[in-house]
Design a protein around this ligand. Sequence first.
Ligand SMILES: [Zn+2]
Length: 97
Amino acid sequence: MTDVVDVFDILRPVLVRGDAGVHLAPLDWAERKDIDTLCGLPIARASLRATFERDGCLTCARRAVGTGISAFREGPRVVVNLMRFVDDRGLQAPRRR
Ligand SMILES: [Zn+2]
């Protein structure tokens, strides 16, 4: 298993075409053509602004948490807590399944 600290660096924020939200993709997405976002969308480019807390994709966040990744590094000094993000958004959703 991977060390908890290293796990923060496994994901990167990315943008997709036709959607203003910020999604998550594996760290090495730029080197491989066969990688999509965690929610299955084709990646357009890296997200340069740290706005996941506001514009993040809940599906991507849920999948990351589901695989045991509770946070990711959005910038040199910004670590987004995905567990808390999913909890906050989940409570706002009308129904949970
Ligand atoms: Zn997504």
